[in-house]
Design a protein around this ligand. Sequence first.
Ligand SMILES: CC(=O)N[C@H](C=O)[C@@H](O)[C@H](O)[C@H](O)CO
Ligand SMILES: CC(=O)C(=O)O
Length: 303
Amino acid sequence: MRLEKFRGIIPAFYACYDDQGDISEDRTNALCDYLYEKKVNGVYVGGSSGECIYQNLDERKAVLSYVANRLKGKMTLIAHVGAPSTRDSIALAKHAAELGYDALSAIPPIYFKLPDSSVYKYWNEIIEATPLEFIIYNIPQTTGYTLTTALFEKLLANPKVIGVKNSSMPTMDIERFKRVGGDNVIVFNGPDEQYVAGRIMGADGGIGGTYAAMPELFLQANEFFLQGKFEEAKRIQSCINDIIIALCSQNGSMYAVIKEVLNRRGVNIGSVRGPLEGISTEDLGRIDRIVTMIDEAVQEFCK
Ligand SMILES: CC(=O)N[C@H](C=O)[C@@H](O)[C@H](O)[C@H](O)CO
Ligand SMILES: CC(=O)C(=O)O
């Protein structure tokens, strides 16, 4: 099936900085290689986890290029091209199309609270700018905008719209989008804390901000789901949630903590950009514990 390549576990790709805080090609390559070795199904580049909101257009284009150069043909590549202006979003979309990305995606407009008509126009102008297929990104908790099933249906009238990445918390939203879209539409689970529940409610896979910190566990949760082993799926989700809560409970931002976890796992991709906070010295010992939690869960579930 045409949409098969979008199923499964698609980590959100992190911003990879050098020690001065500039985008690092070498470190981007290192994260690409790590994810390839872990056998994830694809990557979602330049989204929230990519700190897109803190990078300029040239930096974002460079990241899209580095990842495509390293991973094109090896896994599914989705480019997040949402930017404050339609103009910049289109520039990124065209760049991603030239690089051979498999699909585009974008958040709705941010900062100004715009009506549905503007949101519709924004997404459509991006969609019309390239031949690529498009995945809507619904993430009300960060954008303040909630995609309705009515607007989703209207967008689906364009065959280039192939699905939605849904990060709202009710898993019922996944079920409703799937109901409207049917089998020819991909719905991605957003909240990593309920990956298993999202799958049961109809999600075809997931795109997640914590997957890359523990890809083995999400790949295994997906396997348990596919095998109908729901008790095991529930248990691994509980372990994942203990880990996510720990990732979110430090002085540093979740992304800074994840980057230190990755560093301990052998992949140095630097820290985060302000206003996101880096880790503190008190976080260091607690991050040791998080790495142990991941290692123990991998040992327990991934045979
Ligand atoms: C609000 C937000 O950023 N959601 C991400 C995307 O859906 C998730 O993948 C989270 O990073 C993850 O569920 C951890 O809370
Ligand atoms: C989760 C996600 O889509 C992102 O962080 O970009």
